[in-house]
Design a protein around this ligand. Structure first.
Ligand SMILES: Nc1nc2c(c(=O)[nH]1)N[C@H]1C(S)=C(S)[C@@H](COP(=O)(O)OP(=O)(O)OC[C@H]3O[C@@H](n4cnc5c(=O)[nH]c(N)nc54)[C@H](O)[C@@H]3O)O[C@H]1N2
Ligand SMILES: Nc1nc2c(c(=O)[nH]1)N[C@H]1C(S)=C(S)[C@@H](COP(=O)(O)OP(=O)(O)OC[C@H]3O[C@@H](n4cnc5c(=O)[nH]c(N)nc54)[C@H](O)[C@@H]3O)O[C@H]1N2
Ligand code: SF4
Ligand SMILES: [Mo]
Length: 680
């Protein structure tokens, strides 16, 4: 406007990032630019507040790293030099190369590569999936997160709906096991406080203490990868105390005798020697768990990411069955809310899954270098594999292959984007339409654009819809409101308005959220929601988990690299998203004793290393970390470290035995001065 007035408006939106909280937002737009985001009350658990990182989201929308035009590589692979081209040129080029590769080598030579960039139902699994299924591309097994917890929950409970956040306030004992809600699930925190105000206790099991005394009563510093020992030690003591709920188990479970027999091999003293938590604390927790009603376990994702992950999650999820903790609000377990509903992938894609080969995403490096027949085209979107996957150096080596045609479709110039042959600019959630489902709260929300696309960026589904006819597939699937209706119809579960057919979208537009309706307010395990196994029972020794679901594998022993590496989430990023807005993300944490033993001081540059790689970053001392454990934050970009490598460079791409899940918290490293010679 020329008269000096400004236009300011507030719009509703939904945060689609890979975070369980799924906040409903209010977005302030001034003269067509997003100036501020905050929480709204559309999703009741958002309660009007959001995390600090998404408050910084306008920095991403208008970042200097933002991709504004399609572009073609002009420099060497990975160098990051590009020239702008038009969308038509870009789409024609992508279509031509994919068609050539498919004609000569078959569709399986093409690997779609997408994970958690956006949790919206439209952004992933719709037109993109239709495209890759139609051309017979390789299938991607998504194992980089929650593969182990998902497989175990499926095997034991057929996936049962989790206890909802507000019901945490009712629990008398909450065990936060391998989760860090302070950073990764911040809307749980008020309910922990409420539970404590009502006299409940909160115990955290984690190699580092992340929460203050305002939120937790006790912290048990388990050694990484040994939760199976701790959980079996608890079961052992429960049996010794006579606190096993045999009548529940007889009526509702199978395989429990075998679990009890296994736990008899784990008296608390033995468990303590393995997991590093004192025996008296193990017995005290078992006693508190037996005595508390309701008692609730929040199982996170920190404990799954090692060789014993599946066994540990199985033993942890067995606890509420063994101790008879189901059947009342606030009792049982919480893992992922997505278990309350299904999304019919075939319906969402509008096409059946082809019988093409499966590729484990956690092994991208070795796949690019060794797969036979080779992968010749890689189409990356919603993902930043150059930094987020195990064995970073091998991934980079694969991405450097001259004969690999790589398309990267992203919002900003990520470390992966630098390896592209063709770059496609994506809209952010503020510029596109989506349906937001959640793995932490129970509702579906609609988010519609609040600003026009920045630069020439486009939403995922628009791009794949434009590619479909270019590869000769005439039916590009539904568009506009039809695609929203189709996506709503693909949701299987007790979603509000299920009988209303096509009117459901109008209701969603008006009310902004459709809740999942359980009898009563929220799911109560074994009262209103039940295992979805075929016989409705808990399978405590399920065949799906192999011949010995509770087997303990010795952690790695490497005298040259004695420290256990963990790399959990921080409050700065969601995975690697928003790392560009956080220049000080690069650091490593050590316990002061471990630093002193190595003559290392706070703030100096140190080298974290093992046989796979090294990371040079400034040192931070953290007395809340268990001695013997090193913490390198998840989500760094190469620019955050002195040597351009991140924590995943130290993580092997060996995967978990049952579900093929990544093992980010299973590496061993040592830490030394950045320049050893200068010290001698
Ligand atoms: N701010 C923020 N929020 C996020 C994310 C993010 O990157 N940033 N990521 C989102 C995603 S994709 C996910 S999957 C979730 C993950 O959320 P969480 O379940 O909280 O997972 P992590 O942050 O990986 O790790 C949780 C805790 O497990 C501990 N831990 C590590 N190894 C072990 C172990 O062997 N045993 C036990 N008991 N604990 C261990 C870590 O120290 C950490 O405090 O968070 C989501 N929310
Ligand atoms: N060291 C370490 N690494 C880890 C983990 C760990 O514990 N430790 N945990 C792992 C976990 S839990 C996860 S979930 C993975 C996640 O790893 P990734 O799936 O790689 O997630 P992000 O790093 O967030 O990258 C998502 C990308 O998608 C882009 N994006 C967002 N929205 C859209 C969209 O609508 N369209 C398109 N085309 N692009 C979009 C974002 O800009 C971003 O670059 O990381 C894993 N990596
Ligand atoms: S990242 Fe999580 S806490 Fe932050 S706004 Fe998004 S949903 Fe909310
Ligand atoms: Mo994740």
């Amino acid at each position: 406007m020329t008269d000096g007035t400004t236009s300011v408006a507030t719009h509703h939106s939904v945060c689609p990032l890979d975070c369980p909280d799924r906040c409903s937002l209010e977005v302030r737009v001034q003269d067509g630019r997003v100036v501020a985001l905050d929480g709204s009350r559309v999703n009741p658990v958002t309660a009007g507040f959001i995390c600090e990182k998404v408050r910084r989201y306008p920095e991403r929308v208008y970042a200097k790293d933002r991709l504004l035009h399609p572009a073609r590589r002009v420099g060497a692979k990975g160098e990051g030099r590009f020239e702008p081209i038009s969308w038509d040129e870009a789409l024609d080029l992508v279509a031509k190369r994919l068609q050539q590769i498919r004609d000569v080598h078959g569709g399986e030579a093409i690997l779609p590569f997408a994970y958690g960039g956006s949790n919206g139902l439209i952004a992933q699994g719709t037109a993109d999936e239709r495209f890759f299924r139609a051309i017979g591309a390789s299938r991607l097994d998504r194992t980089v997160c929650a593969a182990q917890t998902g497989a175990v929950n499926q095997a034991l409970y057929g996936k049962m709906a989790s206890v909802d956040l507000p019901d945490f306030a009712r629990a008398r004992l909450i065990v936060i096991w391998g989760a860090n809600p302070k950073h990764g699930n911040v809307h749980l925190m008020p309910y922990l406080k409420k539970a404590r105000e009502a006299g409940g206790r909160v115990v955290a099991i984690d190699p580092r203490c992340t929460m203050s005394a305002a939120y937790i009563d006790e912290h048990l510093p388990v050694y990484p990868g040994t939760d199976i020992a701790l959980a079996l030690g608890l079961i052992h003591h429960l049996e010794r105390m006579g606190a096993v709920d045999r009548s529940f188990l007889e009526a509702h479970a199978t395989g429990w005798e075998r679990v009890l027999a296994r736990a008899r091999e784990w008296p608390p003293d033995h468990a303590a020697a393995v997991c590093g938590v004192e025996a008296r604390k193990i017995t005290a927790l078992a006693e508190a768990y037996a005595a508390s009603d309701p008692a609730l376990i929040r199982c996170g994702w920190g404990l799954e990411r090692n060789r014993n992950g599946e066994a540990a999650v199985a033993a942890v999820l067995a606890l509420p069955a063994i101790a008879g903790k189901f059947g009342r609000p606030g009792g049982g377990y919480a893992l992922s809310a997505s278990e309350a509903y299904g999304v019919n992938a075939d319906r969402l894609a509008g096409i059946a899954e082809p019988r093409t080969r499966h590729i484990n995403m956690s092994q991208l490096g070795r796949v690019l270098l060794e797969a036979d027949p080779p992968v010749r085209a890689l189409f990356v979107y919603d993902c930043n594999p150059a930094v987020t996957l195990p064995d970073q150096n091998r991934v980079r080596q694969g991405l450097r292959r001259e004969d690999l045609f790589t398309i990267v479709f992203d919002q900003v110039m990520t470390d992966t984007a630098r390896f592209a042959d063709v770059l496609l600019p994506a809209t952010t959630f503020l510029e596109q339409t989506d349906l937001a489902v959640s793995y932490g709260t129970y509702g579906v929300m609609l988010s519609e654009p609040v600003i026009p696309p920045v630069g020439e960026s486009r939403p995922n589904d628009e791009v794949f819809r434009a590619l479909l006819p270019r590869l000769g597939i005439r039916d590009a699937g539904p568009d506009g409101d039809e695609r929203l209706r189709a996506a709503l119809a693909a949701i299987e579960g007790p979603l509000a308005g299920s009988g209303e057919g096509d009117r459901r979208l109008e209701r969603l537009r008006k009310e902004r959220v459709l809740r999942f309706n359980f009898p009563g307010e929220s799911p109560v395990q074994f009262a209103t929601v039940f295992p979805k196994t075929e016989d409705g029972k808990v399978h405590l020794w399920p065949a799906e988990l192999g011949d010995d679901p509770y087997r303990f594998l010795e952690p790695p022993l490497d005298p040259d690299h004695p420290l256990a590496l963990i790399s959990p989430a921080t409050d700065r990023t969601i995975c690697s998203t928003l790392a560009e807005t956080s220049p000080d993300l690069g650091y490593v944490e050590l316990h002061p004793e471990d630093a002193a033993a190595r003559g290392l001081r706070e703030g100096e540059d140190v080298r974290v290393h093992n046989r796979l790689g090294e990371v040079v970053v400034p040192l931070r001392l953290n007395p809340d970390l268990r001695p013997g454990v090193v913490n390198l934050p998840k989500g760094m970009w190469n620019r955050h470290t002195r040597n351009g490598s991140v924590g995943t460079a130290l993580v092997s791409d060996e995967v978990s035995p049952v579900s093929g899940g990544a093992r980010f918290n299973d590496a061993r490293v040592d830490v030394g001065p950045a320049e050893p010679s200068a010290r001698d």
